[in-house]
Design a protein around this ligand. Sequence first.
Ligand SMILES: NC(=O)c1ccc[n+]([C@@H]2O[C@H](COP(=O)([O-])OP(=O)(O)OC[C@H]3O[C@@H](n4cnc5c(N)ncnc54)[C@H](OP(=O)(O)O)[C@@H]3O)[C@@H](O)[C@H]2O)c1
Length: 322
Amino acid sequence: MRAVVFTGAGANEIVSFEERADPSPTGGELLVQVRYAALNGADLAQRAGRYPAPAGSPQDIPGIEVAGVVIARGETARGFEIGDRVFGIVGGGGLADRVVVHERHVVAVPAALEDAGAAAVPEVFITAHDAIASLAGLRPGELLVVTGANGGVGTAAIQIGVVSGARVLATVRSVDVRRDVAALGAEVIGQSDLVERAQQLGGADVVIELVGAPNLESDFGALATKGRIVIVGTGAGVDAEISLRTLMGKRARMIGTGLRHRPLEEKALAVQLFGREVVPHLATRRIVPLVDRVFPAEEAHAAFDRMEGPGKLGKVLLDFGE
Ligand SMILES: NC(=O)c1ccc[n+]([C@@H]2O[C@H](COP(=O)([O-])OP(=O)(O)OC[C@H]3O[C@@H](n4cnc5c(N)ncnc54)[C@H](OP(=O)(O)O)[C@@H]3O)[C@@H](O)[C@H]2O)c1
């Protein structure tokens, strides 16, 4: 197989593209042949040496999701046939053209979704659905705020909020992407306008925080009574001062999340709920994955640079070719 490999910790100087032996699925695992693989913030953090893969996952091949065709099965895998198209999440090893994944960590790709679109889905839609539906318990008619809304998780979260019957307020910092983000069904503003606008609308019931510590003061200011803040991403900083008086006064909840290091069954639950509650909307195209750019897999350096840079709209993909 061909794979993106990390040879240490640092920046692009530790990223190489290598031929490796194909992995073999065992037990309930599947071997998936991949055309397109998506980058995530986790890959950048792993490249910097801050976010190692969980035990049992490939340690030097990054990539936390997979979309492709089943080409082999472990001895007890029963859920899928050879040739089925599947997508889901892995602990590591995703930036390769052959990926081993547990069968409970994938669901079937709907026919309406072409291969590049399918690759843009699993990690960000599973994360967004888990945060919005399972952790925050968003209800129809509530106000959902999504910060850093033009990236992968943000564009997924807006659309999940819309199909859930919520009103969605999205914050982005790049003016260029505002119109495209608004087209997903959100009112788009800058983070500095969040408190005023959210309060005009009665307060935010749920905030999906994708940027990190610098946003927390305004997130709390925007919150309605009994509001929930889910901390999903902290790329802009991890240390924040919060007012416990505000937390108590609003009877608010702040919830942290992370998908990658969950035990098998807990991860499986998040994936299967995504399969039940999001995939039907992908099948009818009411929800659409957004692909920012596709790079040949050999040009992983350029893809990492794009992933790291500002102003993306959706996902950055690698193309491993036919
Ligand atoms: N907890 C989990 O399980 C989990 C799962 C998936 C992702 N994540 C994390 O969640 C975050 C979002 O993921 P993603 O895939 O959507 O990433 P992404 O596509 O890179 O999007 C990041 C978003 O954050 C904004 N942003 C980044 N730095 C910022 C700053 N200093 N100030 C203001 N805005 C900033 C970006 O705006 P610009 O375009 O203007 O830079 C963009 O809107 C990442 O940190 C990722 O690692 C966590």
